[in-house]
Design a protein around this ligand. Structure first.
Ligand SMILES: Nc1ncnc2c1ncn2[C@@H]1O[C@H](COP(=O)(O)OP(=O)(O)O)[C@@H](O)[C@H]1O
Ligand SMILES: [Mg+2]
Length: 323
């Protein structure tokens, strides 16, 4: 859906902000671009909606070289969410959200109905918040309006530049989870820029780890954490990458021990069973809350497949890290 082919961007002063970048984002995929400040993430993103033009190379959206596409027409297909949100201070939340449909010439009532629907979708009751002004919202609420506004015209592509950067960690995690739930239903093709490795791992179907102007590794979070491609990536993801892997490694059948015979009777003190595919992090959290030291894991039919023990968690992590 989005394709970079040998893209280089050199600014007027000679800075190569990105250098010979090639990657592809599939339709409905969420790819995070992560790296330290100044490594070229925002430049990359802005070349997708032609706010920045490549010095060489091509960017394709939906199979089309965008250098030949009218930027206004292009941006209609691309929602854009930025950290500073950029809401119009003198317009209500409802009118801010309706901005793009209005620009597209929708009738006022239709644009507002759509805006109300989107506010609802991002967890803001339109009856309560629709008539407020941006200054009357919390930071987290403003971010939600930014997401609602970007989605209002139902664009297939969404660009998000540090979208949750301006809020405190607790609100950030809530917004991240809300957005993931939303993405599971709307399935946009998303590029999300962040300097936060935790966010990149949590949000990305795949992640691009940037060095200076280059992608050092482009892969699933589990693979980046388990098998960093270079010493730079290993350093960037952190020495606790084994722990971070817990959140992105699902429990598989190979990690389980047989259900012990005595277990079929009493279930005193036993955690509730979890389905196969639960993350090791959630499974470990459940294990730590109870004394039994094992967690029943069920298959698609809801029947127990086996039990996960702390040793099984350890095996799973070791295997995934050594592979
Ligand atoms: N308009 C510009 N003119 C000159 N240099 C720029 C401009 N925009 C960004 N840069 C430089 O390009 C590099 C990458 O910037 P940017 O893409 O904003 O990084 P990031 O988003 O990863 O923090 C930096 O060295 C930055 O100073
Ligand atoms: Mg940036």
């Amino acid at each position: 859906m989005i394709r970079f082919e040998h893209v280089t961007k050199r600014y007027a002063d000679g800075t190569a902000a990105v250098d010979d970048l090639s990657f592809e984002v599939a339709e409905g995929e969420l790819v995070t671009l992560v790296g330290p400040s100044g490594c070229g993430k925002t430049t990359t993103m802005m070349m997708v909606n032609r706010l920045v033009e490549p010095t060489s190379g091509r960017v394709l959206v939906d199979g089309e070289d965008i250098s030949g596409v009218d930027p206004v027409a292009l941006r209609r297909k691309i929602g854009y969410v930025i950290q500073q949100v950029g809401l119009f201070p003198h317009r209500t939340v409802l009118d801010n959200t309706a901005t793009v449909p209005s620009l597209l010439g929708w009738k006022k009532a239709a644009a507002r109905a759509r805006a109300a629907e989107l506010l609802d979708l991002v967890g803001l009751d339109p009856a309560t918040y629709g008539s407020r002004y941006p200054a009357q919202l919390s930071g987290g609420q403003r971010q939600r309006v930014g997401v609602a506004r970007a989605l209002a015209a139902d664009p297939p592509v969404l660009l998000m530049d540090e979208p949750f950067g301006a809020v405190d960690p607790v609100v950030r995690e809530r917004l991240q989870n809300e957005f993931l739930a939303l993405q599971a239903t709307v399935r946009k093709t998303v590029l999300l820029v962040t300097h936060d490795i935790e966010e990149a791992v949590r949000m990305g179907d795949r992640m691009a780890v940037y060095g200076q102007g280059r992608i050092e590794q482009f892969d699933t979070p589990a693979t980046v954490l388990g098998s960093p491609a270079t010493p730079y990536v290993a350093d960037f993801v952190g020495s606790d990458r084994g722990l971070k892997r817990l959140a992105v490694t699902p429990v598989t059948e190979a990690d389980l021990d047989p259900v012990p015979l005595e277990k079929t009777g009493g279930t005193d003190g036993a955690p509730d069973p979890v389905p196969l595919g639960t993350s090791l992090k959630d499974a470990l959290a459940a294990l730590l809350q109870h004394d039994t030291g094992r967690l029943t894991v069920t298959g698609a039919d809801g029947r127990p497949l086996g039990v996960l023990t702390p040793a099984g968690v350890h095996r799973a992590l070791r295997r995934a890290t050594v592979e």
